[in-house]
Design a protein around this ligand. Structure first.
Ligand SMILES: C[S@@+](CC[C@H](N)C(=O)[O-])C[C@H]1O[C@@H](n2cnc3c(N)ncnc32)[C@H](O)[C@@H]1O
Length: 217
């Protein structure tokens, strides 16, 4: 008899859709022109030793600037890691891809100058725990660069986000539509020094963005 854990079934992370279809859909959606334009505004500001949480298929890798000395890319998905590995060829700084979760980062305290998270906090099951880990690995004064989608300030859009969230989580790898990213980040012990909130192109429940910088307080 086949084992049926929580990730089993066609849609679950261990099912056919989760292993073969979803990673390709993620890669495709996350390299659209509008999404890449958002990345270009903030990712080049990373510097020093960098951790990217939820590195996914590696779409930020080519955007890091000359100030980056080395990068750790953390992600639980082996399929996305394979795609990221293919994108390493043109990268001039050392990159180590690590299989794992942002809720338990296998790196020492205070070892990172920058942590980057793009469209990732939406999918992490326990974001306060992940933010505590991000804070732990950042050196004092280290910067957290984020581009995240989440809770809209417009009541009509938010109602749709709340309505769609349970179904969306199932088809989009645990992604939540309605997380208030700025309050999550601030209550995780970061002083937000820059923030730009607003819609990107596309259906509004999916495209309200929080882009900014936090400093480990
Ligand atoms: C929408 S994708 C974005 C991928 C990538 N950050 C990007 O900008 O293209 C969400 C990512 O979060 C990752 N993820 C899900 N749970 C995670 C966790 N607990 N820790 C770290 N990453 C996680 C997924 O594997 C996936 O790569």
């Amino acid at each position: 008899m086949l084992a049926r854990g929580p990730g089993a079934g066609i849609i679950g992370p261990m099912g056919f859709y989760g292993r073969h279809v979803l990673p390709r859909l993620i890669d495709l959606a996350m390299r659209s022109r509008d999404v890449m334009a958002e990345r270009e505004k903030l990712v080049p500001r990373a510097a020093g030793t960098v951790l990217e949480v939820g590195v996914g298929s590696g779409l930020n890798l080519a955007l890091y600037g000359p100030a980056v000395e080395r990068l750790y890319g953390l992600d639980p998905s082996p399929e996305l890691e394979r795609m990221a590995r293919r994108r390493l060829r043109q990268i001039r700084f050392p990159v180590r891809l690590i299989a794992g979760s942002a809720e338990s980062v296998p790196l020492p305290d205070g070892s990172m100058d920058t942590v980057v998270s793009t469209w990732t906090l939406c999918s992490i099951p326990d974001p306060p725990r992940a933010l505590a880990e991000i804070r732990r690995v950042l050196r004092p004064g280290g910067r957290f660069i984020f581009i995240e989608h989440g809770r809209s300030p417009d009541a009509g859009v938010l109602a749709w986000q709340d309505r769609l969230d349970p179904m969306w989580q199932r088809v989009a790898g645990g992604c939540h539509l309605n997380r208030a990213m700025d309050s999550l980040i601030a209550s995780g012990g970061f002083r937000i020094t820059e923030i730009d909130r607003g819609y990107n192109r596309g259906p509004r429940p999916f495209t309200f963005l929080y882009r900014g910088l936090g400093v480990r307080s």
